[in-house]
Design a protein around this ligand. Structure first.
Ligand code: NAD
Length: 299
């Protein structure tokens, strides 16, 4: 498909990364968010990315200047979405918020527009009933730190035409992702189906057994030979997203342990302004978290 403009809805943790990566790959991108305050937050996140692209990808100043030319921000939904070839939705992980957003999109979306949801936990079948053009609606799940963790997991509801799936795969490749087209709907795709049970096990150790999150990370990192532990990952994901995920699990499963996690994350972190990497503090302090110091995993 020919791509003339890509719109990213939501300039939060993931939306800002998706918008930047897409502009870095040479596409014109419009980043939409709901308010000027939200756009200010998006701008702050965007402004931290050039240094990381230089460090991790050896991005040149010329490439980074080109991102600025390709990327614009707006709160005007109609202007953002009109003529869009692809819309990537990265708004909060709540079905009702996604539903009301998709309804607002409907008048401006053409039959050819590909609508991709970055939802981490919702299935395409749960969202398709209110998606504006059902034949071209899929989930495309990006990993956090998209420029280095460049997997794009793609899922779709039964009956979605192959052309739409092919277009989503091609788009993922064109923004330098490695696409994984998963031919069945699985909660959590592959990555989170493996990661979330591990994260929850770590959270249970924290809220049920009062174990120190730092020690949990250290043990996991040393024992598994990994460069980051579950609480380090949670800081990157953002504490609010972790609360949303654990809140959904509580609603779905009813296990009181999930509620304990939500309450502890809310009281000890969210209410203290400790949102993880996005605010500079979560379980660790950024930009140089303890777990990246060589002595962290030494005796
Ligand atoms: P976030 O809270 O950081 O950002 C959400 C953004 O959406 C904010 O900028 C907010 O202003 C905006 N927003 C709020 N209400 C809105 C509305 N009604 N309409 C439009 N925009 C609205 O969230 P996030 O972590 O970036 O997650 C966004 C989506 O990406 C979720 O579906 C999440 O599951 C998914 N995701 C997150 C991660 C992660 O690690 N954080 C990874 C993969 C996928």
């Amino acid at each position: 498909m020919k791509i003339n403009k890509v719109v990213v809805l939501g300039g939060g943790v993931l939306g800002s990364q998706i918008a930047f990566q897409t502009a870095y790959s040479g596409f014109d991108v419009v980043l939409y968010d709901i308010s000027d305050a939200a756009l200010k937050g998006a701008n702050q996140k965007l402004s931290s990315l050039p240094a990381q692209y230089q460090r991790d990808l050896n991005a040149t100043q010329e490439q980074l200047n080109a991102v600025n030319r390709h990327l614009s921000l707006t709160t005007d939904l109609k202007k953002a979405v009109s003529d869009a070839s692809i819309i990537v939705e990265a708004i909060p992980e709540q079905l009702s918020i996604k539903e009301s957003m998709y309804q607002k999109l409907a008048p401006f979306v053409s039959d050819n527009t590909l609508l991709l949801s970055n939802s981490s936990t919702l299935l395409p079948s749960q969202m398709i009933s209110f998606a504006p053009n059902k034949n071209r609606f899929l989930a495309m799940h990006f990993a956090n730190l998209i420029w280095i963790h460049n997997a794009a997991e793609i899922m779709w509801a039964p009956g979605t035409p192959q052309t739409a799936i092919d277009d989503a795969v091609d788009f993922a490749k064109s923004i330098h992702m490695v696409p994984f087209a998963i031919p069945t709907e699985i909660s959590g795709y592959i990555m989170n189906a493996v990661f979330l049970p591990m994260l929850n096990a770590a959270l249970f150790l924290w809220v049920e057994h009062d174990l120190d999150p730092i020690m949990i990370d250290q043990d996991w990192m040393v024992g598994m030979g990994l460069s980051r532990g579950p609480f380090g990952f949670m800081d990157i994901m953002g504490i609010n997203t972790a609360i949303n995920i654990e809140g959904s699990l509580y609603k779905e499963i009813g296990d009181e342990r999930y509620k304990k996690i939500v309450d502890k994350l809310t009281n000890d972190y969210l209410k203290q302004g400790k949102m993880g990497v996005p605010s500079g503090e979560g379980f660790y302090h950024y930009p140089n978290p303890l777990y990246q110091q060589p002595e962290f995993t030494k005796a």
